[in-house]
Write a protein that binds this ligand. Structure first.
Ligand code: AMP
Ligand code: ZN
Ligand code: FE
Ligand code: FE
Length: 273
């Protein structure tokens, strides 16, 4: 059996490895196929593709876009997107700007609860690309406000916490449309983070083609439920580790992988479109 990992982050968003380092590690971990899905950017894809080609492993170009649904942040994966697509590129520029504004809104909220953090302490961690909460979490650790990034999420910047800001504005159907017009396959990422499975049917109606049922934090019962839901709606099942390098040190590359036939099914579904 050959294995893939379809959910990896690089320095171009909130991972800590360059695309080249990631490819090298994936190869060493015995994976034959990976997908780089940085948050709201495709800037790392070209480098990952070149590195994968010379390492002799398959790289599926991807993205993980953030949208808002029912007042919650949802993540939409886009596999096989054309990373040179102009419409996608223009929209990503706008999303990048919104993410920067969101960081300043979070800084205000942090100030309101007595945490004075300099913008530079966050932005210096995201020199390559997309800025996000994991950078805020790391800055909070670096400045001694919390002991770990998990503590930052559980007490300060997690979805229900005092310094959380939503602010993405993109609708799931818009994310789906952007991905599809760039030739990609839209997939709902890690549905457990919605913390309300009743929201999933509404998201399916937005035109997704798959569900990321296989994910390290999904319990067996969640996994079974999401696979069943995908089957009932004739959707693909995908999976990946959500590796972020040293930013989430508890997860090692290669420790969570999925059978390569899922990739074959994705390719077949794409051709049918
Ligand atoms: P953002 O897109 O800025 O809202 O940030 C979302 C990212 O924050 C996710 O992709 C994860 O990398 C990270 N994240 C979210 N929740 C947690 C958590 N509980 N512990 C650690 N990292 C988290
Ligand atoms: Zn992330
Ligand atoms: Fe995600
Ligand atoms: Fe992710």
């Amino acid at each position: 059996m050959t294995y893939a990992d379809l959910h990896l982050h690089t320095l171009f968003s909130d991972g800590t490895y360059t695309p080249e380092e990631l490819v090298e590690k994936a190869k060493a971990a015995g994976l034959c196929c990976i997908s780089v899905v940085d948050h709201d950017t495709v800037s790392g894809i070209e480098r990952a593709a070149v590195a994968a080609e010379s390492a002799g492993i398959e790289l599926i170009p991807g993205i993980e876009m953030t949208a808002e649904y029912s007042g919650k942040e949802i993540h939409m994966l886009g596999y096989f997107v054309d990373y040179r697509n102009k419409v996608l590129g223009e929209n990503l520029k706008l999303l990048k700007q919104r993410r920067i504004e969101r960081i300043y809104m979070m800084l205000d909220k942090l100030k309101g609860i007595g945490i004075k953090l300099k913008a530079e302490a966050i932005f210096s961690l995201a020199a390559y690309g997309t800025i996000g909460r994991l950078h805020v979490a790391r800055a909070l650790v670096n400045q001694g406000f919390v002991n770990s990034t998990s503590e930052a999420f559980s007490r300060i910047i997690g979805d229900d916490c005092p310094a959380y800001v939503l602010g993405f504005k993109l609708l799931p159907q818009e994310a789906v449309k952007l991905i599809r017009q760039a030739g990609g396959v839209p997939v709902l990422a890690h549905p457990f983070t919605l913390r309300d499975d009743a929201l999933i049917p509404g998201i399916i109606e937005c035109g997704i083609m798959g569900i990321e049922a296989l994910y390290p934090e999904h319990t067996n019962s969640k996994k079974g439920k999401y696979i069943k839901l995908a089957q009932e709606h004739n959707l693909l099942v995908t999976g990946g580790s959500d590796f972020h390098g040293d930013a989430k040190p508890q997860l090692k590359l290669g420790s969570f992988r999925v059978p390569y036939d899922l990739v074959e099914k994705m390719k077949a579904a794409r051709v049918k479109e």
